[in-house]
Design a protein around this ligand. Structure first.
Ligand code: ARG
Length: 468
């Protein structure tokens, strides 16, 4: 096939065995430069280390090695300053960098790819990139934790209705609710750290699939590139993408946690709840309804969990049933991977200031916390302390609640004679046992919502965030 008019006739690195040039539709279809170009910093780092390894193996003279390394430095500079001439017809970032190196240093550039394949090269780039972004996302999650802890410190004594089945259940303090998310995010940070630790294995030297045929000191190469270990099987090294999947799984879980936080805030901002108000800076208006203030940021955090799940499922599905070793299908891992990185970074960027500028309507929370028989369990516990087995106490209080509902009264409205109609164990001290404060104070167990317990948990959270 003749090159189409207007297209540059670029010689591919693999052109030797071909007699026709690539059809432009195929070229566009197979090209990955549009998305894998973001890997350039790690691609160049890998190539510099490879040039040094080739030098150590006697495959490059010291001067050839220096020329290549200096050339790669110049390419890096062009990429960093935005002057690099990207050529989409050269398929991917690896070929772009290598061809540019050739433009700059001449034929010696052709020695760089000795004993290396794009198959181990891409696995290397991805693992290096993953270690960086996992640390970045984890740090972003840490900042979200810090923002939550700051708000928790202000609200250790602020009662809030706790819910099960989205029905008012028992009072908690607002700090307790916020700290729940701090511990979820702590596990998310650990998952990113674990994923990065398992990705910390050098694939370079696996070459296309069978291992490089040159005497490369892979241990020295690993040390040079900051890897903790060397892949023990070349087929595994170029075939698996489990490291991407672990990152995506950690991202899906973090997205799930963050969607629940965002959903809480969205619900709390309704007129029906009225527990929270978003700062104007983190809300938007309606194009038709002048009175509206919409919690868009929180809604989108909730919504973005969808793409985080989708990205995980996309790559799992792509990888399923692929024969060893490398297959082009695996190029499809990049867009989902990068999308999850970008999505997570966007969420952890916007959440800390959003949280810092929330107004908590603690007066409304406090009132709601005492409504709807929220301390009925405390009344049952009171009877238990007077000697009644819990199951019987539950029954007594159930009947009391039924009675109060029929009379249109709250527990606090009931007189002592009314109480005593249901159990002679009830005395004057019952009034103090069923206040919101008493209910909170009683839950002083480790991990409970008593302000004293929450203060200890807050201290623990601060330690985890500072050191963990
Ligand atoms: N663009 C490829 C990928 O993302 C790089 C490895 C290509 N190897 C190959 N033989 N085509 O997976």
């Amino acid at each position: 096939m003749k090159p189409r008019p207007g297209r540059k006739n670029v010689r591919k690195p693999w052109a030797g065995r071909f007699t026709q040039s690539t059809d432009p539709t195929a070229e566009r279809f197979t090209g990955s430069l549009a998305f894998d170009r973001r890997l350039w910093p790690w691609d160049i780092t890998g190539s510099v280390a490879w040039a040094k390894a080739l030098g150590r193996a006697g495959l490059l003279t010291a001067s050839e090695r220096d020329t290549i390394v200096r050339g790669l430095d110049a390419v890096r500079e062009e990429l960093a300053t935005g002057t690099f001439p990207f050529r989409p017809e050269l398929e991917d970032i690896h070929t772009n960098v290598e061809r540019r190196l050739h433009d700059l240093v001449g034929d010696v550039a052709g020695k760089l790819h000795t004993g290396r394949s794009r198959n181990d090269q891409i696995a290397l780039d991805e693992r290096l990139y993953l270690k960086d972004v996992a640390a970045r996302v984890a740090e972003g999650l840490r900042r979200v934790q810090e923002a939550l802890v700051a708000r928790a410190a202000e609200t250790v004594e602020a009662p809030l209705p706790g819910y099960t089945h989205l029905q008012r259940a028992q009072p908690v303090v607002l700090a307790h609710h916020l700290l729940a998310y701090v511990f979820m995010l702590q596990r998310d940070r650990e998952r990113f750290r674990d994923a990065a630790a398992r990705a910390d294995v050098l694939p370079l030297g696996a070459a296309a699939l069978a291992g490089t045929a040159f005497p490369i000191d892979r241990e020295a190469l690993a040390q040079d590139l900051g890897f903790a270990a060397v892949s023990p099987n070349s087929l595994d090294a170029v075939s698996d993408r489990d490291y991407v999947l672990e990152f995506l799984a950690a991202g899906a879980l973090a997205g799930m946690h963050l969607s629940r936080l965002a959903a809480d805030l969205t619900l709390w901002a309704t007129a029906e709840f009225g527990f929270v108000e978003f700062s104007d800076a983190f809300a938007t208006g309606s194009s038709i309804m002048p009175q509206k203030k919409n919690p868009d940021v929180a809604e989108l955090i909730r919504g973005k969990s969808g793409r985080l799940y989708g990205n995980l499922v996309a790559v799992l599905t792509t990888m399923k049933g692929l024969p060893l070793a490398y297959n082009s299908d695996m190029q499809e891992d990049k867009e989902p991977f990068f999308d999850s990185v970008d999505t997570l970074e966007a969420i952890v960027g916007v959440l800390p200031p959003l949280l810092a500028t929330l107004t908590f309507r603690t007066d409304r929370m406090r009132r709601a916390a005492g409504e709807h028989f929220s301390t009925a369990t405390d009344l049952a516990d009171y009877l238990v302390r007077k000697g009644l087995p819990f199951r019987q106490a539950h029954e007594v209080v159930g009947r009391l609640v039924r009675y109060a509902l029929d009379e249109g009264k709250t527990l606090e409205d009931l007189t002592l004679p009314e109480f005593r109609r249901f159990s002679p164990l009830i005395d004057d001290d019952v009034k103090d046992a069923i206040t919101v404060e008493a209910s909170l104070r009683a839950r002083a167990v480790t991990g409970g919502t008593a302000p004293a317990a929450v203060r200890r948990t807050l201290a623990l959270a601060r330690t985890l965030i500072a050191h963990g």
